[in-house]
Design a protein around this ligand. Structure first.
Ligand code: FAD
Ligand code: MEZ
Length: 571
């Protein structure tokens, strides 16, 4: 047989990959996470670091991806066609996959089968735990670890083949106030300023009580991540913030992969039961409307009910659900999206079905700088570190550090409806993430500004850069009032990257109170149901500030976990 399984069966039969001696046992032993199978791959072939070294090709090596140590079966499949997971966002079409001509199989999770859901409920629970967390992004991991540390038995269910969600893609950083990092740099900041900035950015539509908690607990969230092994020592400023409060790893690496790698390891260390390929399709209620558990659709185990005293929704936003975007924000229907394919709004559907209330559900954010004709975010911190933004003629048209809604609107008002970010060697050296854009072939590069202007057809770029360098020297931007200009553009080589606005964040979602308890249509608590992260509404108002989502996921993920564990214990 021309597939991975056929190839391996010649080496030692099904047991080469699967557990158990007979096929029946193999089937019974096949967990949704395919734990044994994936261990087998790594035992024979080595870990990703080794594979990346041995690859020997000159193209980008998928084993060295930012997704980290995920299941081999996320891309390679025993019995059907392999698929390069990276191609969901990138287009590495030149990478040859072994056994690429195997038979294509129907997606395991194509539909939510109502009959099978009902049968699972009628059959009764196959397992019982204290707390179920739905979704393994930052909010879900933080909630699960926090619930576990507060004495609960926890299962963390993730529908995708690997954990991380949108959190895994987070680039710029995590906003926090009152950290040792700010103190070391002598940055004056306060909880009041953090709240004011978030409220102003959100056009004062945010739930101020939630914002206050996020600000107050933001520094403790950094400490909590550091205690698990994270490095959050680099500090920058994001759009709409009055000071530098965006924390990320030293060297300006992307924050999301680093946090998710840290949380994965921390969850493993604390024996949190994390299951991938496990999609929750129903929250089950008891007759008195208290939480009974969930129905999970496992890739191999099928539909099962798991009983729990408390459920935490941490399913993320709906930025990749075309129908929901078309319904809630029709003007964005044709836009690209920076989001992971996992951001399909499942939590909103699950919560609505049992009478949860929604807040600001139609508020969707466009990020101004997604790589043109791509799904790759060019981080806001590239502007924060020093890049300028210009139109297709090479003229600046806005303060680069304004809020995202304003920057996106300004780009869409230019004739071309896309723009360039321009920077030099100083920036690329400061910000390692930008080397990734170069690696992906997104950057135009030249030895002089004049040459860059020529190859990008930005006729006015030399004049713009000369003027900007003058403003940078005096610290006064006479054209657009940009108040932070950390770098001039004087050191070759010079770079430019095309950008355009794209769907980035869904601000609205499930209504919660300050304990992360989900509220019903009467604004009463749904006892035992909690939510945290992008699935919720209220924290960010009309427009989220860069760096506030990761703060939201860590702060409210922890609160949800702690309260769910307490609720389960007291029940
Ligand atoms: P996610 O991280 O999206 O996790 C949700 C998880 O739930 C997913 O893994 C999903 O598969 C799973 N799930 C969904 N439905 C189900 C179901 N039915 N059953 C089981 N599992 C399910 N914010 C910042 O503050 N700073 C940044 O620098 C930053 N950069 C960003 C860059 C990019 C490219 C993107 C897309 C976003 C960025 N954001 C940033 C926003 C931020 O990353 C997200 O808002 C945040 O990570 C959401 O976290 P979450 O845990 O709520 O959801
Ligand atoms: O918070 C964000 O979404 C963010 C900082 C994104 C980015 O541009 O890096």
């Amino acid at each position: 047989k021309n597939d991975l399984a056929g190839f391996h069966s010649e080496m030692g039969g099904c047991e080469t990959c699967h557990a158990g001696e007979k096929l029946k046992q193999i089937k019974q032993g096949l967990t949704d996470s395919q734990t044994h199978e994936n261990q087998s791959c790594k035992e024979c072939h080595g870990g990703y670091d080794e594979l990346a070294k041995n690859d020997g090709h000159d193209h980008f090596d998928p084993h060295a991806s930012h997704l980290g140590d995920i299941n081999c079966t996320s891309c390679h499949s025993g019995h059907d066609k392999p698929e390069l997971t990276c191609n969901r966002c990138h287009s590495f079409d030149d990478i040859e996959m072994p056994f690429a001509d195997s038979k294509k199989k129907k997606d395991w999770d194509a539909d939510w089968n109502q009959d099978k859901i009902q049968k699972a409920i009628d059959k009764g629970p196959s397992e019982t735990v204290d707390v179920i967390v739905v979704g393994a992004g930052s909010a879900g991991f933080n909630a699960a670890i926090s619930a576990k540390m507060n004495g609960a038995n926890v299962i963390l269910l993730e529908k995708n083949e690997y954990t991380g969600g949108n959190s895994m893609l987070a680039a710029g950083g995590y906003n926090a106030v009152g950290t040792p990092q700010q103190a070391k740099k002598g940055i004056e900041d306060s909880i009041e300023w953090f709240v004011e900035d978030a409220m102003k950015g959100g056009r004062y539509q945010n739930d101020e009580k939630l914002v206050q908690i996020m600000a107050e607990k933001s520094a403790d969230g950094i400490k909590w991540l550091e205690e698990m092994g994270a490095n959050m020592d680099d500090l920058k400023r994001s759009g709409g913030a009055r000071v530098e409060r965006t924390h990320r790893p030293s060297g300006g690496y992307s924050v999301g992969p680093h946090i998710i790698h840290t949380l994965r390891a921390a969850a493993e260390k604390r024996d949190v039961d994390v299951r991938v390929n496990s999609r929750v399709e129903k929250i089950v209620l008891n007759e008195d409307k208290s939480i009974a558990g969930v129905v999970v659709h496992g890739r191999h185990s099928g539909y099962n009910m798991i009983a729990a005293d408390a459920v935490i929704l941490a399913t993320g936003g709906y930025g990749m659900n075309k129908e929901m975007i078309a319904y809630y924000r029709p003007t964005f229907a044709d836009m690209t999206s920076s989001n992971n394919v996992t951001a399909t709004g499942d939590g909103i559907k699950l919560a609505k079905e049992i009478g949860a209330s929604m807040t600001d559900i139609d508020w969707v954010q466009a990020h101004p700088t997604i790589g043109k004709d791509s799904r790759i975010l060019v981080s806001e911190t590239v502007r924060g570190v020093g890049a300028i933004m210009v139109n297709t003629d090479g003229q600046r048209f806005i303060n680069e550090l304004t809020t995202r809604d304003r920057a996106s609107d300004a780009i869409l008002k230019t004739e071309a409806q896309w723009a360039w970010l321009v920077f030099d060697k100083q920036l690329i050296e400061k910000k390692k993430m930008v080397q990734g854009y170069e690696h992906l072939g997104m950057l135009s590069k030249a030895n002089t500004i004049e040459e860059l202007a020529k190859i990008t057809k930005m006729k006015d770029l030399p004049t713009t850069v000369a003027k900007y360098n003058e403003y940078q020297k005096t610290g006064v931007d006479k054209d657009f009032g940009r108040d932070q200009m950390p770098l001039n553009l004087t050191k070759a080589p010079f770079y430019a990257v095309r950008v355009q606005p794209g769907i980035h964040h869904t601000m609205g979602g499930v209504a919660v109170d300050t304990d992360a308890n989900v509220l019903n249509l009467q604004s009463w608590k749904i006892e035992g149901l909690y939510a945290a992260g992008e699935v919720t509404g209220g924290v960010h108002g009309y427009n989220r500030l860069g760096g506030n989502a990761i703060a939201d996921t860590v702060v409210f993920g922890r609160i949800a976990g702690e309260n769910a564990a307490k609720f389960a214990k007291d029940k």
